[in-house]
Design a protein around this ligand. Sequence first.
Ligand code: SF4
Length: 382
Amino acid sequence: MLLKSQRAAQALPAWLHAKSVAQVRAGWVDWTNRSASVSQSVIYSCPFVPAEWVAAHGLRPCRAAPERSACLPGRGLPEGLCAFAGQWLLELRRRQGRALAAVLTTVCDQMRRLGDLAEPECDLPVFVLHVPHTWQSPTARRIYADELRRLGRFLVRLGGREPSRSELADTIRRFDDARRELLGLRGNLSPRAFAQALADFAREPLDCDLQAVSVKSTIDNRQSSIPLALLGGPIMRGDEWIYDEVDELGGRIVLDVTETGELGLPGPIDRRRLAEDPLEELVTAYLDHIPHPFRRPNTEFYVFLARELVGRGVQGVLFRRYVWCDTWHGELARLREWAEKLVPGRPIPVVDLDCGQSGGDRGRILQRVQAMIETLQQTPGA
Ligand code: SF4
């Protein structure tokens, strides 16, 4: 028997059928007001889990960002987990009985390990989605598509329903519209507000109030600020101070290439291909376009970075990684060498901000950020 919340979730929200930007915003808000009874979500943390695939199955996607303050050493966390994965385990424990299920992926060893730990530790169905590290072959695409189908069957067992081809295409199109809307707001929002808007959309896309986000205009165009990029692992709740503190120190994060920022966004949807084969287009948008450095080869990560660093006039990179995270740590030396030569005659420095488990490293991190900004302020032509 389906729970009331599950039955309610099976009706696709009205905004998915809206036609214009204004209608997308209005339909979204309208649906939000009527959907309070739908409370249980399918939670996940990885950008390679397509929210629209979960929504098309009539369930609520939620890319949950764990809270940093809850992650204290000695809270029963296994050794060797990065702070983010550790927080996620705590988040899963907290959500027992409140979430329908959790989806983990295999993008790194830490998350694989979490997949092994989660189900016995937490009274919550857990699905592990295998994301191929290679991505340029038809085999990799087929594996990812098969994994999405397997996830679909899991969602149906939870009380969801298999979408028709047109329902899937429509859901994908509406999510694509909403993401374009959000990206279009970047120039009107402060770095923190933009990061918050992306996080809110990822956490509760079906509850995200696009109208409310669009009327916020918090940008402060201080011409004297040093344009910086923030690069690295996901930002947890409670760690957003980095955006404000960089502003305070005389910098400005004009490019957010964290996993919770622009790095984690799928590519734009091709409407013609969408009509022909919506699942294939979903695979293209996620597997081919998210330039995560875990992919092999990860040349697209550098193609993406080169375009955005140069395009936004970035003068320095804040490389924020979690201790124990091999994926990002392994990229640091190469990135430094690469950034030094990217713009002839203007090396782009990369400062390493390694974050531990407890979050007690704020002072040390800010010292490094301040040193970089002061150096750039004194660099002629920077
Ligand atoms: S921060 Fe690194 S180790 Fe931790 S979950 Fe993300 S990719 Fe994996």
